[in-house]
Design a protein around this ligand. Structure first.
Ligand code: BGC
Length: 911
């Protein structure tokens, strides 16, 4: 079966295009398809040139844009017509400054010319629509419900309602809406969208996102009702391990604006104001950490329908809150992205009824059950069972993770919470008096709904499980911001974790808009002196840890590299520079960053055995290494942006830091003062070792790995160790680390049944007991950063040097004798890249797909070019392939777009 599978990948086309197709697809504005409510004045347009031809390059493009579809078609009154532009750019083309107004929809189409100067047909029509470009567009007022509340605890979820009488048929309607807290909105009793956790998480004192919805089809002539339900969320719910409430304010509030255009062309606006009504309903408590309590008997049936009688409801108070903090959402919304069913139910040794979802997931349980009025069901959520098989919640610390529902007793009742989420595989059910079948429960998995862009698989099922766990770790922790974990009383935007995982994240999902939004959150929380918080949004944790705060520089650079996104560099430049300048001030003329509080190589291998050292890397060494790294990235950024003075100043600064690093932390023989894997990995990866000592240094790293026979790195060393080993010719050791099954290793948790990545190498110890209950998450993505190496080195999909956006691709697979095949695909901004290899007695086969408008270097793991065939022909006879040469056991080729099937003799490797 395996052989069959692999032959399919190696011989069947992975291109989904029809034969001879030549078209322009996937039109996007700022990474989104037809976005409504953007507030950039210069949006960026991108498309994919799709073609089956080999060596296809876009030689020219034409964009036309208009205010109406009719104008676009007729090409009369075009807003913008580029004419034929000789350019291969197909990604992030600035829409010119056309003085766009608020609420402006712009339709656009593109066509391209190929290398034979043949034109494609016009693309399908795409559009974007602006939201509010000026604060004065907000006619609505912030309103707070007039409800008696005890702000020390979670209060019933406020309901806000208002009817709007529409005087005729609607031709167009938009809602612009936001809240202090979280909101869910309905019109005439129906949800307006599937978006969850709106308006998202930002530092609400500085930035609050609003959402824009096209609600044309939800409204009718006559009376319509608007309903908003609010929840505490991050705004005033518990946050941080000290369970502190009211971080951003004590009262919930909303702002709402409905703009209607009637068929006769007249317009009308309905806004939140002092005529709105407020009450509460069945939602008694909602808290992200603790869960929700719902008493269905208190349901205000039809509360969001037009005919509902709200005469007994309370009023609202208009508040003069700042509207300048309102910004359009620029990331993708959180949604239900998967639905799963429990695979089992059982009684634990303690006698508890537990359902097993088969997967450590993030979201909640939706149930359909029947109960007598006033009877209840209580659900608790846990990631693991203890070694006796009992339900184990202690690692959630003070997070209660508990949903309680009181039945109203009217037949089958269907319920799911609104403003909480849990990280769990197991669900404990208490208090329920009936039988529950597996199909009565559904697990709803929630995540920022980013397009999935990557797949990796190979012939080893444990490695495939590791890859799945990496993706589940991502799915569980990218919830409007990248969080560290989804289950305990934390779930914060830890910067170090996100920084090390970003390259892996970007293989698996399109994270560009997500990170762009979060980087703005970061800049908003950066201190005037440039210091960067450990968590973003900053909720009273520290500032300035090396490897954590460096996220300010690293993530913009990663996003630029992966997506060719210059805008993020422009937007973040001041923030990036401020962080480096902050360190520069602290380091002074020593060029060593030796002050401040640092997490160091967090959770590195530790041991209590006296004959067997752990691996503690000097925090000062790490801090200076990261100072150098951020400085070098800043210098490159300045060069990209044409800031030549800064580019050279920071490159000189880098050299000074490098010299200082060597003087302070390196002996004349190239030994680092911390003789640890992480120290060598960082120094080599960040270019801090003198040229003539690199080999020696990499040998020291290799020897350390050989001596321990396992990884000793923590959060900062782990993401880079296999890459550095591969780069210096120790792919065998990188694979040894990958295949190891004992603690500490990536596969140890997999062999213990993990379905996500653990926070610690030994969250469950070999004897079955748990690690320190104070910090033991089973869904932390940081160690999943090995994913970057699986795509980049095992399957071999990489970018060439620092050419951004996969415009120049490198395909360089690294076979191992332990796999018969490995495949990866990555959907880049130019289209799909595929690299799949198969190795065995029948030879080594490599199947490659390179998207149109890109080129690739293919590095084959064989030494003689004569032994290589493509499509059954010797390379010399294939006109689309240029042979660049063969050296050091490798053949290097240059190709253009298209699909290629290489075959050559078996690659013999003894690892
Ligand atoms: C978080 C980590 C974070 C670390 C830094 C932990 O509590 O869960 O992921 O990076 O603290 O100290």
């Amino acid at each position: 079966m395996r052989t069959l599978l692999l032959s399919i990948a190696c011989f069947l086309s992975v291109n989904v295009l029809a034969k001879n197709a030549f078209e322009v697809n996937d039109l996007r504005t700022d990474y989104r398809e037809n976005p409504v409510g953007i507030d950039t004045r210069i949006p960026r347009l991108s498309w994919e040139m799709a073609s089956n031809e080999r060596g296809e390059i876009q030689t020219a493009y034409q964009i036309k844009a208009a205010y109406t579809e009719a104008a676009l078609k007729s090409e009369k009154n075009l807003l913008w017509n580029t004419g034929k532009v000789l350019s291969d750019q197909s990604n992030q083309i600035d829409f010119p400054d056309k003085n766009l107004q608020s609420r402006q929809r712009v339709y656009w189409q593109v066509k391209v010319w190929d290398q034979k100067k043949k034109a494609s047909p016009w693309s399908k029509t795409a559009f974007f629509e602006t939201g509010f470009l000026n604060t004065s567009d907000w006619k609505a007022s912030w309103i707070e419900p007039d409800l008696k509340e005890n702000i020390q605890e979670s209060n019933p979820c406020p309901l806000l309602r208002k009817t709007c009488k529409l005087k005729g048929k609607v031709s167009q309607a938009r809602i612009y809406v936001s809240a202090h807290g979280l909101y869910q909105m309905s019109i005439n009793g129906k949800k307006v969208s599937e978006d969850l956790f709106t308006p998202g998480w930002t530092n609400y004192n500085k930035r609050i996102q609003y959402q824009a919805y096209d609600v044309t089809s939800s409204l009718h002539a006559g009376v319509n009702a608007i309903g908003l339900m609010l929840g505490d969320g991050w705004f005033r719910g518990n946050l941080k391990w000290d369970m502190e409430r009211n971080h951003f304010g004590e009262k919930l509030a909303a702002i709402f604006q409905l703009e209607v255009t009637y068929e006769d062309g007249t317009k009308e606006t309905f806004v939140s104001d002092n005529t709105w009504k407020a009450s509460t309903g069945s939602g008694l408590k909602s808290d992200i950490y603790n869960g929700e309590v719902c008493d269905a008997r208190l349901d205000k049936k039809g509360w969001d329908a037009p005919e509902y009688d709200d005469s007994q409801w309370n009023g609202v108070t208009v508040k003069d809150f700042d509207k300048q903090v309102l910004v359009a959402s620029e990331s993708v919304p959180v949604r239900v992205v998967r639905v799963i069913k429990p695979i089992n139910k059982f009684r634990t040794p303690k006698g508890e009824l537990v359902f097993d979802m088969g997967q450590n997931m993030v979201g909640w349980i939706h149930f359909r059950l029947q109960g007598q009025a006033g009877s209840s069901i209580k659900l608790n959520f846990a990631e693991v069972l203890d070694k006796d098989g009992n339900f184990y919640m202690e690692n959630l610390r003070s997070a209660k993770a508990e949903d309680i529902y009181y039945f109203k007793g009217e037949g089958i009742e269907s319920y799911e919470p609104h403003f909480t989420f849990h990280g769990f595989r197991y669900v404990r059910v208490e208090n329920y008096q009936g039988d529950i079948a597996l199909e009565d429960l559904t697990g709803k998995v929630i995540c920022s709904d980013m397009t999935e862009t990557g797949k990796f698989s190979c012939s080893d099922s444990l490695i495939n499980k590791l890859q799945e766990n990496i993706q589940w770790g991502l799915r569980g922790n990218f919830l409007d911001i990248p969080t560290d974990c989804p289950q305990r009383d934390e779930r914060l935007g830890w910067t170090g974790d996100a920084q090390v995982f970003a390259p892996t994240a970007c293989f698996n999902v399109d994270a560009a808009a997500f990170f762009s939004k979060w980087m703005k959150d970061l800049a908003a929380d950066q201190r005037a002196d440039g210091n960067v918080p450990h968590v973003v949004p900053a909720v009273k944790t520290g500032y300035g840890s090396a490897g954590w705060s460096d996220v300010a520089v690293v993530i913009p650079w990663v996003v630029y590299q992966v997506y060719g996104d210059r805008r993020i560099l422009e937007n973040q430049y001041e923030s990036m520079k401020a962080w480096v300048e902050y360190i520069r001030k602290n380091a002074g003329n020593s060029y060593l960053y030796q002050s401040g509080k640092h997490y160091g190589d967090w959770l590195a291998f530790a041991t209590t055995r006296s004959d067997y050292p752990g691996a503690t890397t000097d925090k000062d060494l790490i801090a200076t290494a990261y100072y150098a790294y951020s400085t070098s990235l800043l210098s490159k950024t300045a060069a990209v942006l044409g800031k030549t003075e800064d580019a050279s100043a920071y490159s000189q600064l880098f050299e000074k830091i490098k010299t200082a690093f060597q003087k302070e932390y390196m002996t004349p023989n190239g030994r680092l003062s911390s003789n640890t894997q992480t120290a060598y990995v960082l120094a080599l990866a960040f270019g801090l070792i003198p040229e003539d000592m690199k080999l020696l240094s990499s040998e020291r790293l290799a020897n350390d790995v050989k001596q321990f026979k396992h990884i000793t790195t923590g959060f900062l060393g782990t993401p880079l160790i296999c890459d550095v080993l591969t780069e210096y010719g120790h792919t065998d050791l990188a694979y040894m680390l990958l295949f190891r099954k004992d603690y500490p290793s990536w596969l140890y948790p997999v062999t213990r049944g993990a379905t996500t990545i653990w926070e610690r190498w030994d969250g469950i110890k070999p004897d079955g007991s748990f690690q320190d209950v104070g910090m033991n998450s089973f869904n932390h993505y940081a160690y999943g950063a090995i994913g970057n190496w699986l795509y980049g080195k095992v399957a071999g999909i990489q970018r060439e040097g620092e050419i951004p956006g996969y415009k120049s691709i490198v395909i360089a697979p690294h076979p191992t004798s332990k796999f018969t095949f490995a495949n990866a695909e990555y959907y880049s901004v130019y289209g799909k890249i595929f690299s799949g290899w198969e190795n065995g007695k029948d030879g080594f086969r490599l199947h490659v797909l390179i998207p149109a408008n890109t080129t690739a270097k293919i590095i084959l793991p064989v030494s003689q070019v004569e032994t290589v065939l493509e499509g059954g022909k010797s390379l010399a006879k294939v006109k689309d392939i240029q042979i660049l040469g063969d050296k050091e056991g490798q053949v290097m080729l240059q190709v253009g777009s298209g699909e290629y099937y290489f075959s050559m003799p078996e690659v013999l490797v003894n690892y």
